[in-house]
Design a protein around this ligand. Structure first.
Ligand code: MG
Ligand code: ZN
Length: 191
């Protein structure tokens, strides 16, 4: 598999991996506090650290035929706290750490705007998911959004996905995978 390529357009940073076959459906994943530890405005690739449950959880999703796509607000760029090069470096490190566990991302979409910019892509707005769906040819009703904040789930639902917010009952991506994979495909019960 070749390296992921980045594009920067209108404050969105996008990374997509080359694929040999079309994706059937994906799980959209918040990054900070869901996949990796969140020190706040992470700009140091060396500080990327996967959270408990991420490797077995994402392995289950992959085995069940889901692609994995990161959907993340990174207003630290717009605020001038980290550079877009740092954001890219952190993303490459995340890909590296996952690949060491046999996990491959299908893509990542980052909103780099400040909250007050009024963009259409900062969660809870659905813009990043809509762009990812258009780019990857996804049917959003078959996809899930998982994050650690209500704004993640809100973005997923606004985009037409099913959504899950990590909580005391579903504290990590392994328990999230258990829950999602137990649901019948296309059912319209949402949480
Ligand atoms: Mg988060
Ligand atoms: Zn944005």
């Amino acid at each position: 598999m070749g390296a992921a390529t980045f594009s920067r357009e209108g404050g969105t940073l996008r990374s997509t991996a080359p694929r040999s076959s079309p994706l059937d459906r994906v799980v959209f994943l918040d990054r900070d506090g869901t996949m990796i530890h969140d020190p706040g405005y992470l700009g140091d690739p060396a500080a990327v650290q996967l959270l408990p449950g991420v490797v077995p959880g994402l392995s289950r999703f992959t085995a069940a035929g889901f692609g994995l796509v990161v959907i993340s607000n990174q207003s630290g760029v717009g605020r001038g706290l980290i550079s877009i090069d740092q954001l890219e470096a952190v993303h490459r490190r995340l890909e590296e750490v996952l690949l060491a566990e046999g996990l491959v991302l299908s893509g990542a979409w980052y909103c780099t705007h400040r909250p007050e910019a009024g963009c259409d892509c900062r969660k809870p707005r659905p813009g990043l998911l809509l762009r990812a769906a258009r780019c990857l040819g996804l049917s959003l009703g078959d996809c899930w959004m998982i994050g650690d904040r209500p704004s993640d789930a809100d973005a997923g639902r606004s985009a037409g996905c099913r959504a899950l917010c990590l909580d005391a009952k579903t504290p990590d991506l392994l328990s999230a995978a258990d829950l999602v994979l137990a649901e019948p495909r296309g059912a319209d019960e949402r949480r």
